[in-house]
Design a protein around this ligand. Structure first.
Ligand SMILES: [Zn+2]
Length: 388
């Protein structure tokens, strides 16, 4: 048995229209007086950030807005927000949106503690300066779990994917408000929801797994797999939307401690090479490697995952149950509007080689964290399966 510790950093507030109470929530937990809302132009124009801004102003906060986060945030955006925090002397930063605005808010809050650019801290080159401001994560998609995690992803000017990490990076407060996610279109509801399920499955079966992680992950899988079809059929169903948000946050806590695995390794390469949405890429990857993963020492965990995915109690054999889990996962993907086929992609020998070289160079820690660690030959076979 390997010793471990498990710690939660983020106070999570859940409920419909909770984001409109953000002023009171922040006031009850911090002494902050000046706030910056970090979001994207679409969300600000659509009026989604308005109740949040109003709630803060009503509580006497001075509020500034940065509405220029792009879908793959750059170091320039993070530096701009960090400078805004310094210039305005803000003491609370609210990330409102998908994973990108949350990551920009989280990272800029750290960077603002010093004078240097975020480039100084990328890939763990130097420790971040002391964190001086509080961060509130308000997700508008149910997927990344960025509102509870300590790792952030951003790009340099050459579109190279970089990461940042700090033990204090995770937001101090997360607000899970299902009324913010009801307008999410079906293909994004599916891609983000499936991403969260993959987080939970990969963390529970990771080399770092432990009973705390599995507890979070199993409940995440239960909520997400049960409520994703409901939210797809009835997008305005607040209970289903709330369950997806809670499931994604639980899965976020699970990957915070367990990390991701091979589906994320392959998924990242698919996103880099073919431009696939992250959630769609990892959902497709797990669809094709689930059976491969079953042949590992994690049969009991995979049997539990199957139960969480809704497998019937009549299956008593662990091995049968584990295999039923693979079937149920694939059925969930098949019933969603997520497109499995990589349309428009030239799937030839060259494409396979580019994928393999990308995933070997970029993300080998995920490969080594997988329940079954593939050899180079197995890796090639898995990628061929995926692209054939
Ligand atoms: Zn993911």
């Amino acid at each position: 048995m390997i010793p471990y510790q498990f710690q939660l950093r983020t106070a999570v507030h859940v409920g419909a229209n909770k984001s409109a109470e953000v002023g009171e929530i922040v006031a009850s937990r911090t002494t902050a007086k000046k706030a910056i809302i970090v979001s994207d132009a679409f969300l600000v124009k659509s009026g989604l950030t308005q109740p949040i801004e109003k709630s803060l102003i009503d509580k006497g906060y001075e509020v500034h807005i940065f509405d220029n986060v792009q879908s793959n945030p750059t170091m320039a955006e993070i530096d701009e927000v960090a400078q805004m925090i310094r210039d305005t002397n803000s003491d609370v930063v609210l990330g409102v949106g998908g994973g990108s605005p949350l990551d920009v808010a989280k990272t800029a809050a750290m960077v603002a503690g010093g004078e240097d650019s975020v480039s100084n801290y990328a890939l763990g080159a130097n420790p971040f300066p002391e964190k001086k401001v509080n961060v509130v994560g308000i997700p508008t998609t149910a997927g990344t779990g960025a509102e509870v995690t300590s790792t952030v992803i951003f790009s340099d000017e050459k579109h190279r994917k970089l990461w940042g990490w700090d033990a204090l990076m995770a937001p101090e407060i997360a607000i899970l408000d299902p009324s913010l996610t009801v307008k999410l279109p079906p293909h994004l509801t599916a891609a983000t929801g499936l991403d969260a399920i993959v987080h939970a499955i990969e963390a529970a079966t990771s080399q770092n797994t432990n009973p705390f992680i599995q507890g979070m992950a199993m409940q995440a899988i239960r909520l997400l797999s049960n409520d994703l079809p409901i939210a797809l059929e009835k997008p305005e169903n607040l209970q289903a939307r709330e369950n997806l948000l809670v499931g994604a946050a639980l899965a976020g806590v699970a990957i915070e401690h367990g990390g991701t695995g091979l589906a994320h390794n392959i998924g990242h390469a698919l996103s880099t090479v073919d431009g696939l949405h992250h959630g769609r890429a990892v959902a497709i990857a797990l669809y094709h490697i689930y059976d491969y993963n079953l042949d590992s020492d994690y049969e009991t965990v995979f049997a539990d995952i199957a139960r969480a995915l809704g497998a019937k109690d009549t299956l008593v054999n662990e091995n049968e149950l584990a295999r039923e889990g693979a079937r149920l996962y694939r059925a969930l993907v098949d019933s969603s509007p997520l497109a499995l086929k990589l349309d428009g992609v030239e799937r030839d020998r060259y494409h396979t080689e580019v994928l393999i070289s990308t995933l070997s160079s970029e993300n080998s820690p995920m490969r080594k964290n997988n329940c079954r660690i593939p050899t180079d030959v197995e890796m090639e076979q898995l990628v061929m399966k995926l692209t054939s």
